[in-house]
Write a protein that binds this ligand. Structure first.
Ligand code: C2E
Ligand code: CA
Ligand code: CA
Length: 588
């Protein structure tokens, strides 16, 4: 027979008898206790003991069998279960195990006739929070024990929560994610089905953080978390692994098609602007996808491969998703190998410089040289910068490489100058990542060391440098310019090409990207018009222009006609080795 009784202790009267004008005591939430006890007398003692202290109210549900208790326990509505260990349908620690089989989310306080330490220990080992013997103290300790057990358990769960979830977004954290991934792979294996892992990295998150502050960044992350959760099933896991990196486990059954559908849904959800305190920002992101077990035999490899696919997606402009493939894997392996070799290259000085001449469009005279780095690879021959500058940047090695380029190019130019062969500008490319604190000083010191006059140095920067718009970039550029260094904006026209930059930053030269230079008057009328307009604009602002990538006579004639002063391109000269430039200079 099941008997369910609910009894309340009286609410505590307000200690100072406050009326409407007084300060009200905070309401105390009563503890909800399930008492499982078949003996009527014992139940009475327990209920009285539990409700003996009106300052900490307790609501007791009383049932008299394990069979009646288990379905109630499953509902998870209790703060504690007081469990008699001698029930008609459950004996000793076996009852404890049966309750814990249903849920481990509620603390159990055991009641027993036997006041023996070894029996109490047995119960504790089985998983009870505490043990109360019947009733040397007429049950007085029961109230305290149950409260402590509930409080301990609550604190424990709080800790568990903190250990498993991200404080900002409430999503699973990295540790919880790893557990979930392991379980998800095991489940998919057992069911002989596939599951999928999505790695998501937000676009331009750093920019939001740096420009609008961390509060805006946090708001964005929380909103992204909410939208991601809206794109998946309840059983899937959405996690924040750190920073702006999220991961989603799509539980089995989920095949490539299913993962594609979710990825597209996510991109759509992220494309909608997020309203931040001072602006609206479309979150946007890159997604890498790996399918288990097609792409990896275990969770760890699956994670690595989804990550690889994500980095591949990131190399594309704008938001996109990318599945892991063998080809991507090969590319990444190649990149990893290059990374390792690049460190050796720096140590063993395997870099060298080639120089591409620049000419006056009218007189045809040599007016400058641009230093371009090459890597003399011991087995692969000459490796071009497009293949390794990005790697050097990501390895944090570009500072050293860049300084080496600057010093070597200027040392060489100084040598030619001393020999009376060359007295014109040397152009050096500078990566945005070289613009760290003290950049201008480092450049000036290098020039001093190799004895090259600052007025004959041109540094070629890209708009990415100006994009950060940080105060020290402006200061560094101004400082260099005060010393006579010329600033050239490279690849102009294909980046942001904000006219604001031309106003804000001290720029001397616009290097027009070959995209415009190589456009054809027959097919790309508008591009040709843009080219013409850029030259005019520069002219109006007192800036010089260099057209790069000139490959045909037609292109040369056009830029000359538009009034662009300097030309660089394969038509007139390719980048040349030191020896070839030397020959060219001596022949002049
Ligand atoms: P960039 O600064 O735009 O350099 C011009 C690139 O265009 C060079 O490629 C050059 O060989 C190529 N080029 C010149 N004329 C023509 C032409 O008529 N047609 C075509 N199709 N290409 C032409 P390179 O040497 O492979 O350099 C590629 C990029 O690597 C450079 O683009 C620059 O962004 C970067 N880079 C090169 N050297 C350095 C360096 O020392 N430091 C840094 N940070 N980047 C460098
Ligand atoms: Ca350049
Ligand atoms: Ca360029």
């Amino acid at each position: 027979m099941t008997q369910l009784a609910e009894t309340h202790s009286d609410p505590q009267p307000s200690p100072n008898g406050t009326g409407a004008t007084g300060v009200h005591a905070l309401p105390v939430t009563p503890l909800r206790v399930l008492l499982v006890e078949n003996d009527e007398q014992d139940a009475d003692i327990a209920i009285k003991a539990l409700q003996g202290d009106p300052s900490s109210p307790v609501v007791v549900h009383h049932v008299d069998s394990l069979a009646a208790a288990l379905p109630l326990v499953e509902l998870n509505g209790f703060d504690a279960v007081v469990l008699d260990l001698q029930l008609p349908d459950g004996q000793g620690v076996e009852s404890v195990r049966r309750v814990l089989d249903v849920t481990d989310q509620v603390p159990i306080v055991a009641l027993s006739e036997y006041n023996s330490t070894s029996f109490a220990l047995q119960a504790v080992h089985a998983g009870v929070q505490d043990f109360v013997a019947k009733w040397p103290d007429a049950g007085r300790s029961l109230h305290r024990v149950v409260h402590y057990a509930a409080e301990r358990h609550r604190a424990q769960r709080q800790l568990q929560y903190l250990a498993a979830f991200d404080g900002l977004t409430g999503l699973s954290n990295r540790q919880q994610f790893h557990n979930a991934l392991r379980k998800s792979c095991a489940l998919a294996s057992r069911q002989q089905q596939t599951s999928a892992l999505l790695m998501i990295d937000l676009d331009r998150f750093k920019l939001v953080n740096d420009t609008y502050g961390h509060d805006a960044g946090d708001t964005l992350l929380k909103e992204v978390a909410r939208r991601l959760q809206g794109c998946v099933r309840k059983s899937d896991t959405v996690a924040r692994l750190g920073g702006d990196e999220f991961a989603i486990i799509l539980e089995a059954p989920c095949d490539e098609y299913g993962a594609r559908v979710v990825a597209e849904k996510i991109l759509e959800a992220l494309a909608k602007p997020v309203v931040l305190p001072d602006c609206e920002h479309p979150a946007g992101g890159s997604i890498g996808i790996a399918v288990y077990p097609t792409d990896a035999a275990d969770g760890e490899t699956l994670l690595k491969n989804a990550d690889i696919a994500m980095y591949q997606a990131k190399t594309r402009a704008g938001s996109s998703y990318q599945f892991f493939t063998d080809e991507i894997n090969r590319l990444v392996a190649e990149r990893n190998r290059l990374e390792g070799e690049l460190m050796t290259a720096m140590r063993d000085e395997q870099f060298c410089l080639h120089y591409q001449p620049q000419f006056d469009t009218v007189s045809g005279a040599l007016v400058g040289l641009e230093a371009l780095i090459r890597w003399q690879h011991p087995t692969r021959g000459l490796v071009m910068p497009g293949e390794f500058i990005g790697i050097a940047e990501s390895l944090g090695a570009i500072g050293d490489v860049g300084l080496w380029v600057l010093e070597s190019a200027c040392r060489q130019a100084a040598e030619w100058r001393r020999a009376g062969l060359y007295d014109k500008p040397m152009s050096v490319n500078v990566s945005p990542l070289q613009f760290t604190e003290g950049f201008a000083e480092r450049v000036l010191e290098s020039l001093e060391a190799v004895q090259w006059p600052p007025e004959l140095l041109q540094i070629e920067i890209t708009e990415a440098v100006l994009l950060s718009d940080s105060a020290h970039v402006l200061q560094d550029l101004c400082k260099l310019r005060e010393h006579g260094v010329k600033i050239c904006l490279d690849d102009f026209g294909v980046g942001y090409s904000s006219l604001y930059y031309l106003h804000r930053f001290p720029i001397d030269i616009l290097k027009i990207d070959r995209f415009f230079v190589q456009s054809s008057a027959h097919t790309d009328e508008r591009l040709v018009l843009i080219l013409k307009t850029i030259v005019r604009l520069a002219d109006g602002l007192g800036l010089k222009t260099v057209a790069e990538g000139v490959e045909t006579v037609e292109q040369l004639e056009r830029i000359r006609a538009y009034g662009c002063g300097t030309v660089q391109g394969f038509l007139l000269a390719r980048p040349e080795s030191t020896d070839d430039v030397f020959k060219r200079l001596t022949a002049e």
